[in-house]
Structures are given as C-alpha cells and as structure tokens.
Design a protein around this ligand. Structure first.
Ligand code: HAM
Length: 424
C-alpha cells in the first residue's frame, strides 16, 4: 500500500530545507537584535482557548479548526494561530510580574481550509508579540521589525497597509453605523454577508463577491468613528512610522479575520501572491489578556506565513540559504586505512570540522567522485604509504594542489586553511 501526504500539507526536503533553515536563522537573529526572546507553546491547546479569543463566529473557529477529543473526553484543537497560546502562557506563568514581554515564535499552525497556492492546512508562521504597553511607539517598532525583515531578504513587490479598528466603544458605534448603511442593501448581499450582517458587520467590508464589493465601496469608514484617544493613538503610530522611514498606506477597509483586535491593525500585501496576497498581518489586542483570565494588559503582535515568503522570494528570483558543504572528505584505501582513520575522523569532528567519509565506496575513484559530489573543500587521502608514514595527502579539491600533512597536524592545518589564517 502506498501512503501519500495529507492534502494541504507538504514535506520540507533538501535542498529546500536549507532555505527554511536560513529564513529561521535570519528571523531569529533580527528578533534577538530587537530584544525579543523565543517562546514555544504546544501544538494543541484546549479548543475553548481559540473559540474565546479568535471569536465564535470567525471563519477560523466556525470552519477551519482541527478539533479532537482525547481519551478522557477533553476537547482540544490543533492551534490555528499563535497569539492565543502565547497569551495563555503569559497568564499561566504570570509573566506580567517580569515587566514588558517581547516574545517571538516560529512553528506550524493548522487551518482546515481549501488548499491553493499559498494556502495550506498545515503552514508555518513566524511572529512577534509585545505584551505590556499601549505606547504607540511599540506598534511602530513592531511594524518596522516586520518591514526590515521582509525588506532585508531583498523583496520589493510588497506594501504595508495600516488601519485602526478602534477600541470596543468606538468599534460598536461604527458597527451600528455599518448596519444602518447595509440595511437597505441586505437582499443584494451574498448569503455569507447576510449572516455576518448581525454578528460581524465589519467582515462585509472584505467580501470578495463583486456585488458585495461594490456596495462596500460606499460604506462608512471606521476612521470617521474613532474617539479622540483612538485617533491620537493611530496618528502617533503614523508619526513614528514616518520618522522610522517605513512606507505605509492607510486602508480603512483592513478587516482582520480574528476577533481580538483593537486599535492598530496592519497587513503586508505582496503583489505576486494572487488571491492569498497577505504576507503577514497583525495588530493590537488590548482586551485579549483579560479575556483569557489575566489582568487587563495592552499588547500588539503580528504573524507571517513562511510559505508565502518563499513564494515571494522565488517570484523575485532571490536566493536564500547556502547548502552546508563539508570541509573534508576522507578517502581511505583498504580496510587497514579505513580502520585506522576512524578515531582521526572523530578528532577532526571534535575540533569543529565538517568531515564526511563513505565506507560504501571502495575504489579511490568512487571516493573522490563522492567528495566532489558533496562539494567538499578538501580530500584527505590515506593509502599504504600514508599509513606507514602517519601522514595524509591533503588535496585541495578546487585547485587540485596536494600536500603531505602529518596526522597530528591535520586538524590545525585545516582550521588554518578554513579561517584563511595560513601564514606558513
Ligand atoms: P492571520 O492574518 O490569520 O493572523 O495570519 C497571519 C499570516 O499567516 C497571514 O498573513 C499568512 O501569511 C499566513 N497564513 C494564514 N493562514 C494561512 C494558510 N492557510 N496557509 C498559509 N499561510 C497562512 C494571525 O494568525 C494572528 N495570530 C497574527 C497576530 C499576532 N496578531 C497579533 N499577533
């Protein structure tokens, strides 16, 4: 029987795994340089955590959650996103006592959705969460991080859109205004929008059905319904972004798919991604920590999809990640040489050198071919003469030059060659 991978999932195999690794390293290094520390949470959580935080009526909860019941009848869900688990951990470990928290994560998320280019059932997110302050500086700093990360990869075909969805007060006044606006058009709306009219009128703004899109173009803007505090906050975020030289445009129609957002909401849109053009998105969630059982604490975060980043890199012809190549390939002729060299290989590896050896290849030619195939920089050749003299013939596989090196000196010789400090 042949097994196949579940629909909407993928394997990350070499050489692609090198790109994933490189992206992770870039992300982690940049996050660390902004003072963020890694947090890792389980892949599954109580289903209720997501139902409460993402919103009962959100698509994520209604249609996309992988729920399961364990042997004791407890209902869990594979995490569809990373923010609620981070907040759960923040509350559970009382991280509030340690002051503002700057946390980053990286890992698989799960959403049962119709798979297509850039949309998967298991996908990987990288994300930051800043918990503890409502200062608009943090909104701008977090957005600048995201912009720098994506720009730093060499990508160009994207833009940043920002919006403010206000606090719960101005948001509910706005939603009422939206219902008033949509009421006369109700019959013309698609069935989904008719349902959302009551529970989530804001979602009507980003419906892709042409009639709904057309009606939405005349809808009132949230920005006209912000109270003074929310307007000032949004203005301050913009001022910081201008000072940080992060280009952005205001899109009052940004509607995030999850319910927990307050004030700042933003997305990075990539032009070459087709329908799934949101490369990353996030915003403030000042009410979520209290909702999950903590003390009221303001917070902001974002998450981006790794697969979409890789599609964008390919779209712009950008390379990332160099395949690791061995420093040395050991070519040993005969059983005696093979047995003799094993402890030496260990010593070289212990010294930090990347060494490969393949006892399945018997002939000199086959071993040298393997050395070239894995792009080793040097080959250490041990035949009868070398065995007798306690030396190796060290061959530079780029230039073809060869020198004899005493075995005890091999590690230091290679390390010198590797770091370019060779003064002999
Ligand atoms: P989100 O907008 O649902 O936000 O997802 C963030 C990013 O994950 C999207 O922009 C997209 O790149 C990627 N993504 C989402 N669904 C899929 C999918 N099915 N296949 C591939 N990629 C996908 C959140 O998840 C929030 N937790 C972000 C956040 C953090 N807000 C505050 N803090």
């Amino acid at each position: 029987m042949a097994y196949t991978i579940p629909r909407g999932t993928f394997d990350i195999i070499p050489p692609d795994s090198t790109k994933w690794q490189a992206l992770k390293e870039r992300f982690q290094a940049l996050a660390a340089s902004f003072g963020y520390k890694e947090i890792t949470t389980p892949i599954f959580e109580q289903s209720d955590l997501f139902e409460r935080s993402s919103g009962e009526s959100s698509d994520v909860v209604q249609k996309e959650m992988y729920r399961f019941t364990d042997k004791k009848g407890r209902v869990f869900a594979l995490r569809p996103e990373g923010t609620a688990p981070v907040v759960r951990a923040f509350v559970e470990h009382n991280l509030a006592a340690l002051g503002n928290q700057k946390l980053y994560y990286w890992g698989p998320m799960f959403r049962y959705d119709r798979p297509q280019a850039g949309r998967y059932r298991q996908f990987y997110q990288y994300g930051l969460e800043f918990i503890g302050s409502n200062n608009p500086y943090w909104d701008a700093e977090l957005i600048s991080f995201l912009w720098l990360f994506i720009k730093g990869l060499g990508l160009n075909k994207m833009h940043l859109e920002i919006n403010s969805v206000g606090c719960p007060n101005c948001s509910s006044i706005y939603e009422q205004a939206l219902r008033e606006f949509y009421k006369p058009h109700l019959e013309k709306l698609c069935p989904d929008c008719q349902k959302r009219f009551v529970s989530k009128p804001r979602r009507l703004l980003d419906c892709k059905v042409p009639t709904c899109k057309n009606i939405a173009s005349g809808a009132p803007s949230q920005l006209d319904y912000l109270d003074d505090e929310c307007r000032e906050h949004f203005q301050a975020v913009q001022d910081y972004l201008v000072r940080m030289e992060i280009p952005f445009m205001i899109n009052p129609k940004i509607v995030r798919g999850l319910d927990y957002y307050t004030n700042t909401a933003f997305e990075i849109i990539y032009e070459g991604l087709g329908a799934q053009n949101s490369m990353a998105g996030g915003g403030r969630y000042n009410g979520l920590i209290e909702q999950i059982g903590g003390k009221p604490t303001p917070a902001i975060g974002f998450a981006g999809g790794l697969e979409r980043l890789l599609i964008a890199l390919e779209n712009e012809g950008l390379e990332i990640g160099k395949e690791a190549v061995p420093d040395l390939f050991v070519v040993a002729m005969g059983d005696e040489a093979r047995a003799f060299i094993l402890p030496e290989i260990n010593k070289l590896r212990h010294a930090g050198l990347a060494v490969e050896f393949d006892p399945d290849k018997a002939s000199f030619k086959a071993q040298l071919k393997a050395a070239n195939h894995c792009k080793a920089r040097y080959a250490a050749i041990i035949g009868e003469d070398e065995l007798r003299n306690g030396t190796v013939a060290l061959k530079d596989l780029n230039s073809g030059e060869q020198e004899s090196v005493a075995l005890p000196d091999l590690a230091s010789r290679l390390l010198k060659l590797k770091t370019g400090n060779d003064i002999s």
